[in-house]
Design a protein around this ligand. Sequence first.
Ligand code: NAD
Ligand code: 6OD
Length: 491
Amino acid sequence: MTSTLDGWIRNFVDGTFVEPDPQRGFDQIDPATGRVLAQVHEADQVLVDRAVTSARRALDNGWADTPVRERTALLRRAADRIEERFEEFVAAEMADTGKPITQARELDVARALTNFRTFADVAAAAGQESFMTDLAGGRQALNYAVRKPLGVVAVIVPWNLPLLLLTWKVAPALACGNAVVVKPSEETPATATLLAEVLAEVGLPPGVYNVVHGFGGNSAGEYLTTHPGIDGVTFTGSSATGSHVMKTVAPRVRPVSFELGGKNAAIVFDDVDLDEALTGLTKSVFTNTGQVCLCTERVYVHRSIFDDVAAGLAERAQGLRLGDPNSESTTTGPLISQAHRDKVLSFFKMAEQSGANVLTGGGIPDLGSKLAFGSWIEPTLWTGLTNDDPVLREEIFGPVAALVPFDTEEEAIALANDTKYGLAAAVWTNDLRRGHRVAQRMRVGISWVNTWFTRELRSPFGGVGLSGIGREGGESSLHFYTEPTNVCVAL
Ligand code: NAD
Ligand code: 6OD
């Protein structure tokens, strides 16, 4: 069984790769070179309906009642199989995103394994809530919650960390006994499709994992979120799309989990170990070419060390190595597409109009003829802007940050919290008490001290404000992907 015969990336429905309709192909483009790599079969409404129907059938045929022990064993086999086919996943992830090989290996594909293994552990260890209630006459009632799968779950994911974010949702969903219909981003169709091969190989019953390819509105995304057979939607993507999806799901009152955009702050106090802070900031601003929802786009620096941080970070940005994604020394890949680069460049223009001082970057790099049609952009840093400037208000999602000075702790907290988003923050300080104090006052879902993107998958993950609704991770995932029935027994 293979997903990419004849240069087609296929939909996967009811345990089978669907023969593509030549009239419904769209391009898979390598962001590093601009080359068309394959055709992707855009699912029509009939195919999406077949996927949802097959998911329901799989639940009814026994998947929902499969013992947790068997489900988690299957997840572990999936992790082992991804490990065996590791380099194929790396190649697929790179074809989709153009990201450097070291990152695809060490972050994206490695996390797919961890996602399957961790959620197998979490589901295997899960217990049930129970309470005793006093009744009249000295009797008691025992309450216990039976957790049932949510049902058919629509999993809609973006292009920035395609396999990581997909498996972060699919692993707990399957561990809890759900069937899923996955809609990967139109930009990154390959790894979700390869995962279908792996899940079939390890014996996941037909219909439990389905993949439909396509776009958002009037395409597979919308066909899925408006389908009456969907019992819940877990969505990662932009805040604007999340808001739209919420409206489309609302008439059927289904649960949603939204992991959305961010405009994340870092606060750098004057007591930091400068080298450690610069290493952390370089990661938090530039990882994945700034295309991580958790990336820092606003850096507030104590005035007394502002010039040192600005100069040090600019030097590190200039040391990043853009180029051939297959080279082990490349640190930084392209943006996902020309369209996204146009958007990021429009922010460069806005910054210029606001009078930004460009510390480094600000344009398109010349990387030679082989990469000339890729969507490359220079890592960029600005000073001279304030929180009122448009580029400090909206998510850019590129390798770019603005540095702004502050004088007091209160001022830094106020500046960091002055946003409609609320995903993540990073606090850099050697003062332990201040670290805790400030981290807790960040109006976000995830607050780091002296680190960034350190992930504990059993912890709650999510955002406040425009950054999302709900939490996933550990128990929070179990809660989203199940429905409790409380049973009350008078004793
Ligand atoms: P996007 O919102 O454009 O698309 C995300 C997914 O939704 C894609 O699969 C897309 O096809 C689909 N979609 C688009 N319109 C839809 C519609 N009307 N109905 C149903 N589905 C629809 O986001 P993107 O550009 O792919 O990803 C970047 C965004 O994702 C950034 O804002 C980033 O911050 C956010 N993100 C958030 C997190 C998080 O954990 N909070 C993680 C990664 C990315
Ligand atoms: O690490 C994760 O589990 C996670 N959801 C990361 C999100 C990254 C955003 O781009």
